[in-house]
Design a protein. Structure first.
Lengths: 361, 255, 357
């Protein structure tokens, strides 16, 4: 087996030029992402509807997390607010933000559509319908602090993606086109079911509606500990497959030529991204824009290399969603989905103006 | 290595009860340079896909290095066989060097990503194909011809011993067509790369390729040197044109 | 063209699923004891040093009233170790009840209410609004008792969160008058004002008795109680609080026919031919003239007889101490010829919008 020999003295100038440029920008962006994550984490713990002196907050964290006494006393309520309300909430928002951004990046790469978001294959409609049905069923029980609503939302999300995938396979159209179109059709059908459920929901309408708008009320350590492995684990599993995702950049046939097991990778990546989305949607409701705008923006800045896009999208997705939640809280209970839309839409419009040529699909 | 490096054995391809390829047998020894020619719709691209292993034949088999290509891991196939498609759609903005860098995918470890040797291979490929002046440009903004060269550079970066090309000169002007042909010849004679190229230009094919394979209506009609294969009768029957046109092109330049 | 190799199993899913199971086992083994879903212990921080207990008159109840365990409308037992000094009310009805029981200065937080009553309640801090509860703020107030609304009035998640943080939370929901009275009694028991609560209930009961006997000999009038007409017509569902009230007040209410559904077709209304139309949405600006001019409505008996009357929806449907006023106002609105003692001129509409129960 012969490999083509490199010509003597591979042009140093060329190689140097290839080394610079995007990779270093990715480095800076990564650092910025980590910094923003830390800033948002601090902000999310220090800010809230109750005024706590920053010194108190620091003292509480030092005691509970590091076992260090700082000589400041505080009320038990302050400790409950910091440790049981704010901290798990910020972390949950970060975890969900990570999941949505990574899933969005994956769907965009898999479907080769820069306008795809994690909900494109009917996940949102399925989750919403599942949640609506749960509200209608008069069962109140908790498993690990998750109610029927979360369970059915999760199953609804996964179920709808499965249905979309299976249905799309029976279509003679190209796999990607078929997936997108089937996703649209199934999503519409589920949305109709949701409308019906909302119509007969009576007093449950409020709950369905607040689920649709998305939010982090009711987050707790237990929920975080159950959901985080799913989301983070799934995201890591996707990251490990970044090479395959890169292979898809020029199309499925090119991917096959570059050594990607197209059939398998398509299913696995779809499944992982759907799992991550379903878990995020189950605990936080339908929060939009994060999964679309973050990976899109990152890709514009650092290029489409999934090895870079995925982790940086994760960082900024986490920061964005946690920041949006802090803003939502400070504005007095505005739904998080509204905040992300208000932040995301102008960004997106700016993106569209920057786009030079049309998108080829 | 003994035996053919790439071998299509009695390959038949039927799609929705329509026969695209019928019992095609084609063996390539390492280091060969073969042009696949034939009229539109003859099945050339299908044959190329089957040889690349992305299309499973209805009957017959394809052997890569003596092993059935379907039983090999795709990554393994990609290390041994590179394909230059006619075109590729680009939904995302990608710089030319990023497109070419994709050619190193089969050699990358899943987690580590690109190494200096990969970068050097990419740089070498870009230089060799002659697209260095396009560095930093968005691949979507290139002309079709420039894009074709970039795809060629991708395959060169892949550094595989077998290279399959599907109409690699379709959008190139005459000068670049000739340059591409000379590059292919160089890859073959200097690096020992086995080449199979689907070409529509009989003149180019006859001039640059010592072996021609003619496909028509899914069947292998002829296989041999241009002189032997391109008889007047064949040109008239298969291509439906005046053989004189082809003679002029084939005899121009060095024989 | 698709590479036709057999599909591999979804390996990518097994690992995260196994992680979940593993974590669930680990977490379940060392779950915090305070996370038990049902019984809620009393606030562990009852001895918080810096919280200032507001000075108020000692309650006239029996000394042995605490500790007490009340069972809320969801069947959850809630234990109160001592008489609550700081109470948060998450339903407008509970706010009214607390103030009527003389506990106004103990209410440290309430749900936002556009038709707040009594007026003194307006100065209490808002800690919740439609569909959302600021759990952090409530915890910051360190209350001894929170009264929440069931049937999704407050988000169940927030209620659960409050309980898991050790805040005694009672969930009340009154789909009918009897339960409303029980709720008032329960609030009294929970706050050490059982006697005052009994007195309020006696008043309400007296008003009901009076109305019942006054309408006993009178044929029930067909009533359409309009809740909203801005996009389609909304009226009482058969299981609505107001439906029962209308029946007691000598009315025969038009309902949607399906529990939980409040939409009524225009045809149904015309077919029903109400003798009285009560505008529960008068607070939203719907006037008698507007209604009379609706196309096709001039055939209705109520319109012909001029029996379109605005009514204060709040006192009719809020399960609180003003039910006495509500039933009387309703009875008079349906049967204006009745003479009731203590009938308040509450048939007029308030200026601001109201939230139901």
């Amino acid at each position: 087996m012969t490999t083509a020999p490199l010509p003597a003295g591979a042009p140093g100038r060329l190689a140097l030029r290839l080394r610079l440029g995007r990779p270093s920008r990715a480095g800076w962006l990564g650092i910025a992402g980590v910094i923003s994550l830390v800033v948002v984490l601090i902000g999310g713990i220090v800010l809230g509807s109750v005024d706590l002196a920053p010194a108190t907050t620091v003292a509480i964290l030092a005691k509970r997390l590091l076992g260090i006494e700082l000589g400041i006393t505080w009320l038990p309520t302050a400790e409950a607010i910091v440790m049981d309300l704010r901290l798990p909430r910020v972390l949950t928002a970060m975890v969900v933000g990570t999941g949505l951004a990574v899933a969005g990046a994956t769907f965009q790469g898999l479907l080769r559509n820069p306008l795809a978001d994690p909900y494109v294959l009917g996940t949102a409609s399925g989750a919403a319908l599942g949640a609506a049905i749960a509200v209608l069923i008069p069962v109140r029980g908790l498993i690990l602090e998750f109610g029927l609503l979360h369970g059915l939302a999760f199953l609804g999300a996964l179920g709808s993606v499965t249905v979309v995938y299976r249905l799309s396979r029976t279509s003679p159209l190209a796999p990607l086109t078929s997936l997108l179109l089937t996703g649209y059709a199934v999503g519409s059908l589920l949305a109709a079911g949701l409308a019906m459920a909302m119509y007969v929901s009576g007093t449950g309408l409020r709950q369905i509606f607040s689920y649709l708008l998305g939010g982090f009320d009711g987050t707790s350590w237990l929920r975080l500990v159950v959901a985080a492995p799913l989301i983070i684990g799934g995201s890591v599993a996707i990251l490990v497959r970044a090479r395959a995702l890169n292979g898809f950049l020029l199309g499925e046939e090119a991917a096959a030529h570059l050594g990607v097991d197209v059939r398998r990778e398509r299913v696995v990546l779809l499944a992982l991204a759907s799992l991550v989305t379903a878990a995020g949607v189950a605990i936080a409701g339908l929060i939009g824009f994060v999964g679309l705008v973050v990976p899109h923006l990152v890709r514009l800045l650092v290029g489409p290399n999934a090895r870079v896009v995925l982790p940086i999208s994760a960082l900024f997705g986490a920061s964005l969603l946690a920041a949006a939640d802090v803003v939502a809280r400070m504005l007095g209970g505005v739904p998080v989905g509204v905040v992300t839309a208000v932040i995301g839409a102008p960004f997106f419009l700016a993106l569209l103006r920057r786009a030079r040529t049309g998108y080829e699909l | 290595m003994t035996g053919p490096i790439l071998h299509a054995d009695g390959v038949t391809v039927e799609v929705r009860s329509r026969s695209i390829l019928r019992d095609v047998t084609l063996a390539l020894e390492p280091g060969e340079r073969v042009a696949l020619v034939g009229p539109n719709g003859a099945g050339k691209s299908t044959l190329l896909r089957t040889l690349a292993g992305t299309l499973r034949p209805t009957a017959g088999r394809v052997l890569l290095g003596g092993t059935p290509i379907g039983s090999l891991e795709r990554v393994e196939v990609a290390r041994r066989l590179a394909v230059v498609p006619q075109q590729a759609a680009l939904p995302f903005a990608m710089r030319v060097e990023e497109v070419v860098a994709l050619g190193r995918l089969p050699h990358e470890a899943p987690l580590r990503g690109t190494r200096p040797s990969d970068r050097a291979a990419v740089a070498a490929a870009i230089e060799r194909v002659g697209v260095g002046h396009l560095l930093g440009r968005d691949a979507r903004e290139l002309s079709l011809g420039e894009r074709q060269l970039v795809l060629l550079a991708l395959a060169v970066a892949q550094a595989a011993p077998v290279l399959l090309l599907d109409e690699p000169t379709v959008h190139l002007d005459l000068r670049h067509q000739v340059e591409a042909m000379e590059l292919l010849r160089d890859l073959n004679e200097r690096d020992g790369t086995t080449l199979v190229a689907v070409l529509h230009d009989l003149g180019l094919a006859a001039h640059f390729f010592p072996r021609l394979v003619v496909i028509d209506h899914g069947r292998l009609i002829a296989d041999g040197s241009p002189r032997d294969v391109l008889s007047d009768a064949l040109i008239r029957d298969v291509f439906g044109v005046d053989p004189a046109l082809v003679r002029i092109a084939a005899s121009a330049g060095r024989g | 063209m698709d590479a036709r190799f057999p599909a591999a199993p979804r390996r990518g899913r097994i690992l995260p699923a196994a992680l979940v199971v593993l974590v669930a086992i680990v977490v379940g083994a060392c779950a915090r004891p305070a996370a038990a879903p049902n019984t809620v212990p009393a606030t562990p921080s009852a001895s918080a040093p810096a919280s200032s207990a507001p000075t108020d008159s000692p309650s006239p109840s029996l000394a042995a009233a605490f500790p007490v365990t009340v069972t809320d409308d969801e069947g959850t037992p809630v234990e109160l170790a001592a008489e609550p000094r700081k109470v948060v009310s998450l339903t407008p009805a509970a706010t009214e009840t607390l103030f009527a029981l003389g506990l106004g200065d103990r209410v440290v937080g309430k749900v936002e209410d556009f038709s707040v009553y009594p007026p003194e309640a307006a100065s209490v801090a808002d800690v919740a609004k439609f569909g959302s509860v600021d759990v952090e703020r409530i915890v910051g107030l360190d209350p001894d008792l929170v009264i929440a609304g069931g049937s999704n009035f407050n988000p169940p998640e927030s209620i659960q969160q409050l309980r898991s943080l050790g805040v005694p939370t009672v969930v009340l929901f009154a789909p009918d008058v009897a339960t409303a009275l029980e709720d008032i009694a329960l609030i009294g028991t929970a706050t050490g004002t059982a006697d005052e609560a009994a007195a309020i209930n006696a008043d309400i009961q007296a008003a009901f008795d009076e109305v019942t006997s006054a309408t006993a000999g009178v044929p029930a009038r067909r009533v359409f109680y309009e809740l909203d007409a801005s996009s389609g017509f909304f009226g009482p569902a058969p299981d609505y609080f107001g439906t029962e009230m209308i029946k007691v007040a000598g009315g025969d209410p038009l309902t949607s026919g399906t529990p939980g559904v409040y939409q009524i077709e225009a045809e149904q209304i015309v077919d029903f031919d109400p003798e009285v139309i009560l505008l529960g949405d008068a607070a939203y600006g719907v006037t008698v003239d507007q209604v009379a001019e609706r196309p096709g409505w001039d055939t209705l008996s109520a319109v012909k007889a001029g029996a379109i009357r605005p009514i204060d929806d709040v006192i009719v449907t809020r399960p609180g101490p003003r039910l006495a006023d509500g039933i009387r106002a309703l009875a008079v609105a349906i049967h204006p010829e009745l003479e009731l003692t203590g009938a308040s001129p509450a048939a007029s509409a308030p200026e601001s919008a109201s939230t139901a129960p």
